[in-house]
Design a protein around this ligand. Structure first.
Ligand SMILES: *[C@@H]1O[C@H](CO)[C@@H](O)[C@H](O)[C@H]1NC(C)=O
Ligand SMILES: *[C@@H]1O[C@H](CO)[C@@H](O)[C@H](O)[C@H]1NC(C)=O
Length: 492
């Protein structure tokens, strides 16, 4: 009944309007066949418009689904799983990169849509370009110090262990681009090649449409890296390689790359990509520079050290307290003295050290206790107002010997390790062939001066880049002047 009534009203108004317009003679469509066909054509155009909009939305939906699939393996819940995920440097780097580079691109790609406010709000919190570049440096340091193979790293193979992690084309491009800008063309070309090999279905459309990584553009970048490679690291002709691709590359001067047509560049790049990665790996191994002492140490290339003449003992001297609770000491070196103390940090202290929001009074108490322990170890009275330096390294961070030169006024350094580092993060003394892997609750003490009071070159040390996990340590330097702990940060 109601429906009938509504229909009646609608029909009536349609007819009335038509009647009125006819009367006013502004009705352009007389109802003749010709003008109705025009209307039909107009509607067909609208249908086409709708189809295009629908296709665009469908494309966008497909891209969204593709990106969701790409990120499917990332744990949504469970703190333990999430911590495990970000402890892997490949995951941590890729996460940072996606937040910095990919997510803002979604805004541009999706254009004007409803329900975008929350996304816009969240995007204000993403890491900065500088944060990303720090992560890039870290991952590249892991690659070079531990002598990892680019293509293996991209597959999640780190130091002979296969992890459930991997890099994607945009991840590899970020690394390649940085190396290119740093004029490390040979390494850059390996990362570009790895990026291109990973540029494939189904994600290739996502890379190109959403992330702005057009294949032709990447081909040109890869070609540029190839022609910039210094001659001594350039991939020379080898068995099993079609010699024509080599000629092609040789003809491609830097300018030629800029001026060449995309087709020509693509042809050249395809030749390079057709070569088995194993051939690149073998050639690359031939041209790798001799590892530095620090790299040899971090790679575990030192022979087992003989420690027969050294000892483990309990320490009672230095303080009345130690007579009651002696510390377990391992003597690692006598000249200079390097000692490892076991179980010298309490769990409650470790928790307080890692927690930025612990109340100041409690932090102060922990600091005083640790200062007292340093005094017990060294026999030096400690200035109690002096701060401890808490250092947290992750994702390839470390320190080389350059940043911790022995200083004439620095008597000793103590490092308390607040956690185990799964892989990497060792404190090394290249001249002593000594490597100390951080163990939760242990402390490493060494003396920086020789008998004459001069800086002892044997005490030079460095920190290997952290590969898996993070490294929490507290460092304390003791300076000669007034036998006070140093206020200066010393990386250890
Ligand atoms: C590399 O250099 C280009 C051109 O100067 C610049 O646009 C780009 O941001 C740089 N990228 C990195 C990762 O340094
Ligand atoms: C950090 O310390 C605050 C204040 O003592 C405490 O409420 C919080 O649970 C601590 N966080 C962690 C992770 O231990």
């Amino acid at each position: 009944m109601t429906w009938f009534f509504i229909c009646f009203l609608v029909l009536q108004s349609v007819f009335c309007n038509a009647e009125m317009q006819k009367e006013n003679e502004i009705f352009r469509y007389s109802g003749s066949d010709g003008s109705m066909v025009k209307l039909l054509k107009l509607e067909n155009k609208l249908k086409k418009n709708l189809e295009v909009i629908g296709k665009d939305l469908q494309d966008k939906l497909n891209m969204i689904k593709l990106y969701q699939t790409m990120l499917e393996h990332i744990p949504l819940t469970g703190l333990k799983k999430q911590e495990e995920y970000v402890a892997n440097p490949l995951n941590a780097f890729a996460l940072l990169r996606r937040l910095q580079q990919d997510w803002p691109k979604w805004l541009a790609y999706l254009g004007h849509q409803t329900k975008m406010e929350k996304m816009q709000k969240h995007l204000k919190l993403v890491p900065s370009e500088k944060d990303l570049q720090t992560a890039v440096e870290g991952l590249l340091r892991i690659e070079s110090v531990y002598n990892l193979e680019t293509s293996h790293m991209a597959k999640g193979l780190l130091l002979d262990t296969q992890y459930n992690s991997y890099l994607t084309t945009p991840d590899c491009i970020a690394l390649a681009e940085r190396l290119f800008n740093d004029t490390e063309y040979a390494r850059s070309s390996h990362w570009y090649r790895t990026a291109m090999r990973l540029y494939r279905q189904p994600y290739d459309t996502l890379f190109s449409r959403v992330l702005g990584l057009k294949r032709k553009k990447l081909n040109r970048l890869y070609a540029q890296a190839i022609v910039n490679e210094p001659d001594n690291t350039k991939t020379p002709p080898a068995d099993g390689i079609d010699p024509s691709w080599q000629e092609l590359a040789e003809k491609m001067t830097k300018n030629a790359i800029r001026e060449s047509s995309s087709d020509k560049i693509t042809h050249m790049v395809d030749k390079y990509l057709a070569v088995d990665e194993k051939i690149y790996i073998n050639l690359r191994a031939k041209y790798k520079p001799r590892p530095k002492a620090m790299e040899r140490a971090c790679r575990g290339l030192w022979p087992e050290r003989k420690t027969d003449h050294l000892s483990c003992r309990y320490v009672y001297e230095n303080s009345a307290y130690l007579k009651l609770a002696p510390m377990k000491l391992e003597q690692l070196s006598l000249e200079p003295v390097v000692q490892l103390y076991h179980d010298v940090l309490y769990d409650s202290e470790i928790k307080a050290i890692k927690n930025m929001s612990v109340p100041e009074a409690k932090a102060k108490r922990v600091e005083l206790n640790i200062n007292q322990r340093v005094a017990d170890m060294t026999g030096y009275g400690m200035m109690e107002h002096n701060k401890l330096h808490v250092l947290n390294f992750a994702l390839g961070q470390g320190a080389d010997t350059k940043s911790c030169k022995a200083r004439a006024d620095r008597i000793a350094t103590i490092v308390f390790y607040a956690n185990d580092v799964a892989i990497g993060g060792a404190t090394i003394f290249p001249k002593l062939r000594l490597l100390v892997q951080p163990r939760r609750g242990t402390a490493l003490l060494w003396y920086n001066l020789n008998a004459d009071g001069a800086a002892d070159p044997l005490a030079k040390h460095a920190v290997c880049p952290v590969v898996l996990g993070s490294r929490w340590a507290i460092t304390k330097c003791m300076e000669q002047e007034q036998r006070r702990p140093s206020k200066k940060l010393c990386l250890a």
